[in-house]
Each structure stands twice: as structure tokens, then as C-alpha cells.
Ligand binder design. Structure first.
Ligand code: GAP
Length: 453
């Protein structure tokens, strides 16, 4: 943790996520399963909006990328060829005093002596390699021959299907294959809420190219990915690009950037953008005996394409979105007295609920009927929420706290009782400025669609 204020901010965020149904501990009523999380009604909307926007930006809005959805259960030979069976491990140490299992880089050092971060114990075992992959058995026999793995990254199924997809899509280099899906890693110490989990989702693109374009495309994708984060409301000033030093990069990579975000618990990786050369395809070609070469019609050359990979975490990005959006400001209560308001300032594009619709009073049938008509009008365009219970100010606050960018209120003017010119108009409230404007009901879909982006 950075400071007391950062740590308090993080506690408030975790508590809001549970209280309002974004994220729950998995298997909570049984004491929880460490490193696994369940997304509630609002969390699942936020996550879907993020994944849909990634897919739109990375696949639909481009003519050089196609998608796929691979299996989670993975043949052991795939992960042997990729190097995961042999080398996908973290150095682990046990503390003999408190029995904690620790990643080597989590030890603290005082006066040159390594200590356990939990109990301060100095009686530590030697470091040993701990493979992070989850192993399972396929079929009835639970022996060596039936071993399969839960994939530790989505990337490998893209490499393994490279030839099939090249044939069916008839793409020419450079082109990419995108995938969003679950990945599993038996992390030694899951922590920082959802940041390091054992089950998580990735959004990965493998962008294949001629070898001489690798370094240039690495730069291109780093910039594209930075723009993406800004387009979902993450401020550029909170993003940092770390050039991974030679000695920390995977041996096959010629260049890697980590895109980091300033979480309340410190600056941490959101996404890696790596130039993986032709390592993966070469390994799979060697191990499978099947050609994974590309034939260039123009030059009549056959070669193994190189690849640049932007690989982002869905759960980490959701967490960054919530951290970025969380704010406390001041707003007047029912009596006009200023009070603290909790607000999630999500970009409208990714906000779980786009618009809330309120009848001013729930016991006035014409107000309720009109509000329900508006819900019907809007719900084919966006996710809307109807709320009639409690004072209107309280209803606004409840929506502010979950980040709903727009609120529509049906009042007596809507019914034309005071001024016939205002019949079929409503107030449209903006979450951030709290300003209200009067708009015609028939214009609502177009106005909101434009503001949602
Ligand atoms: N195919 C490349 C790859 O998997 P990585 O840096 O190991 O690279 C990519 O993972 C992204 O996946 C990370 O930047 C992060 O966003 C996400 N990720 C990795 N491990 C994670 C974990 N234990 N919990 C949550 N997200 C994780």
C-alpha cells in the first residue's frame, strides 16, 4: 500500500463492490475460495461492456483482425511445446515460523536479511520452483496418460489454430487473431482484491507480421492500447509504460512494454505488449511436425511469421475502471444541506446501467405509466433501470454510487398539467455535473445514444 489514504480508499472500493453487487468473494458462504471471484449484477455488466468495447475496437472496427474462441482444456503437448510445462513457474519459499508459502519477490529485506512479510520470521526455506498451471484429468482414467491443463493464457490456442484460421479467413500479413477468455494460474499468493487471481480473463491479440516489421508494430500496438484505455475513461496521467529490461524479458522476446496503472496499492501491470518473434509458431511446428509457415504470393517466399502480442487482463482492467471512477464529492441533501456523495464516474460507454428512469412520485399512476413507457422506449437501445422507491434525491444518490451517467425524471410538467408546452418532456440529469435539462421524450434515444459514445 502507498499511504494510509490509499489503503482506506481501496477498502472503500472493495466494500462498495460488495455492497452494490459488483464483485463478491467466490464460495463466500463456505468461507471463500482464495483467488476466485464472482461478479454480481453490476459487475457482469461492467465486464461485458469492457469486453464488448475491446472486441469492437480490436476486431470489428479493423479489417486485419479476426476472432476465435478456443477450449480451456489444453493438450499437454501444446504446453510442453510452448515451454509452460517446463518453465511456467515462480520461485516459492516457505516461512518455517508461520508456515506461509511466499513468492520470493514478496519477501521483505531488513538490514540485508530476508524476512517473512507476514510474521517477520527469518527461518525461511530455500527457494524452489512452483509450476503455476492447474492440472486435471480428461476421461475416466486418472493417470499420466489423461493429464490435461487449464490454459494459463489464451494465446496458445491462437498459435495452434494459426494455419486453420489463415486458410479460412484468407488474410494476408500483417493480420491478427483475437480472443477473450478465461485463463487459470495457481498463484502462490493471490492478492490485492481481484488484481492477482487464480481464475481470470484475458483479452489477447496475436498480430502476425513479416520479421522486419516486428519492432515497428510493437510501437504501433503500444500506442493503440494506450488510446484504448483513454477511450474507456482511464486518464493518461495514471498510465505508465515500462520498458521491460533485457534481463527480465522472456528470452524469445525482442521487446516488451508493460502498460501500468496507478492502483491505490501501487503502480501495477494492466497489460503486456510483447514482440514474441517467431518463437511460438516455430515451437509448435517443431513439436507437431505440421507446417505453420506462411506463403507470400508476391515474393514466393515461405517463412514462419513473427508476432506482436498485446495481452490485457479483463479483471485487472475492471478493477482499474472502478478505482479510476471512484470519487467522493459534495451534493445537497433533501433539505439543501451539503453532504458527501459517493460517485463512480464511469465513462458512459462502460457504465453498467446507462440511464435510470424515475417517476417523481410512485403513488401517482399517470407519472408511473409515463415512466414505464420511457423504459420501454429506451430499453431496446441500452440497459435502463426503473426506480420508484424513496425520495428523488435518494434515488439519484443510489444511481451515482453505481455510476449511472443519466437519470430521467417524469414530473407533473411531463403530464402537461402546468404548461401544455412541456407535455411529454422530462428532466435529464447528468451524473457528474448534477445539472438537469428539459428534453422531449421522443428525442431521448438519440440524445442518449450520442452521449454514450
Ligand atoms: N500471453 C501473454 C500473457 O499471458 P502475462 O503478462 O502473463 O502475459 C497478460 O498476462 C495479462 O493477463 C496481464 O497483464 C494481466 O492483466 C493478466 N493477468 C495475468 N496474471 C493474472 C492474474 N493472476 N490475475 C489477474 N490477471 C492476470
Amino acid at each position: 500500500m502507498n499511504s494510509k489514504a490509499d489503503s482506506e480508499r481501496m477498502e472503500k472500493i472493495v466494500s462498495l463492490c460488495k455492497r452494490r453487487g459488483f464483485i463478491f468473494q467466490s464460495s463466500e458462504i463456505y468461507g471463500g475460495l482464495n483467488g476466485a471471484w464472482d461478479y454480481g449484477p453490476l459487475g457482469v455488466e461492467l465486464k461485458r461492456n469492457l469486453k464488448d468495447y475491446w472486441w469492437r475496437a480490436m476486431v470489428h472496427e479493423r479489417d486485419d483482425v479476426v476472432g476465435m474462441d478456443g477450449a480451456i482444456l489444453t493438450h499437454p503437448e501444446v504446453l510442453r511445446a510452448s515451454g509452460h510445462v517446463e518453465g511456467f513457474s515462480d520461485p516459492m519459499i516457505d516461512c518455517r515460523s508461520c508456515k506461509a508459502h511466499l513468492r520470493f519477490d514478496q519477501l521483505i529485506e531488513k538490514k540485508g536479511v530476508k524476512q517473512c512479510p507476514n510474521c517477520g520470521g527469518k527461518d525461511l526455506t530455500e527457494a524452489r520452483q512452483f509450476n503455476l498451471m492447474f492440472e486435471t484429468h480428461v476421461g475416466a482414467a486418472a493417470d499420466e496418460s489423461s493429464i490435461a491443463y487449464l490454459r494459463p493464457e489464451t494465446a496458445q490456442s491462437i498459435f495452434v489454430q494459426f494455419k486453420n484460421i489463415l486458410e479460412v479467413s484468407r488474410k494476408k500479413l500483417p493480420f491478427g487473431i483475437a480472443q477473450i477468455g478465461k485463463a487459470f494460474r495457481n498463484e502462490i499468493n493471490p492478492r490485492n482484491f481481484t488484481f492477482r487471481s487464480r481464475e481470470f480473463e484475458q483479452m489477447e491479440l496475436e498480430y502476425f507480421c513479416r520479421p522486419e516489421r516486428g519492432m515497428e508494430l510493437l510501437e504501433y500496438w503500444k500506442e493503440e492500447r494506450l488510446k484504448f484505455y483513454e477511450n474507456i475513461g482511464i486518464s493518461r496521467s495514471k498510465l505508465h509504460v515500462l520498458t521491460v529490461p533485457d534481463e527480465e524479458r522472456a528470452f524469445y522476446s525482442k521487446g516488451t512494454y508493460d502498460i501500468e496503472y496507478e492502483f491505490p496499492f501501487g503502480r501495477q501491470e494492466l497489460e503486456g505488449v510483447a514482440y514474441r518473434t517467431d518463437y511460438d509458431l516455430s515451437q509448435h511446428q517443431k513439436a507437431s511436425g505440421k507446417s505453420l509457415e506462411y506463403f507470400d504470393e508476391e515474393t514466393k517466399q515461405k517463412f514462419i511469421p513473427h508476432v506482436v502480442e498485446p495481452s490485457a487482463g479483463v479483471d485487472r482492467t475492471v478493477l482499474a475502471l472502478i478505482c479510476e471512477a471512484y470519487a467522493e464529492d459534495e451534493a445537497p441533501d433533501e433539505k439543501g444541506k451539503m453532504e458527501t456523495r459517493i460517485v463512480l464516474r464511469f465513462h458512459p460507454r462502460i457504465a453498467p446501467i446507462k440511464c435510470a428512469v424515475f417517476p417523481l412520485l410512485k403513488n401517482k399512476e399517470p407519472l408511473v405509466a409515463k415512466a414505464k413507457e420511457i423504459v420501454d422506449l429506451l430499453s431496446t437501445h441500452m440497459y435502463v433501470f426503473y426506480d420508484e422507491s424513496g425520495a428523488i434525491g435518494r434515488r439519484y444518490r443510489r444511481q451515482d454510487e453505481i455510476g449511472t451517467p443519466f437519470g430521467v425524471t417524469v414530473d407533473f410538467e411531463t403530464l402537461g398539467e402546468k404548461d401544455p408546452a412541456l407535455r411529454d418532456t422530462v428532466t435529464l440529469r447528468d451524473r457528474d455535473s448534477m445539472k438537469q435539462e428539459r428534453v422531449a421524450i421522443r428525442d431521448l434515444p438519440a440524445i442518449l445514444r450520442e452521449r454514450l459514445g
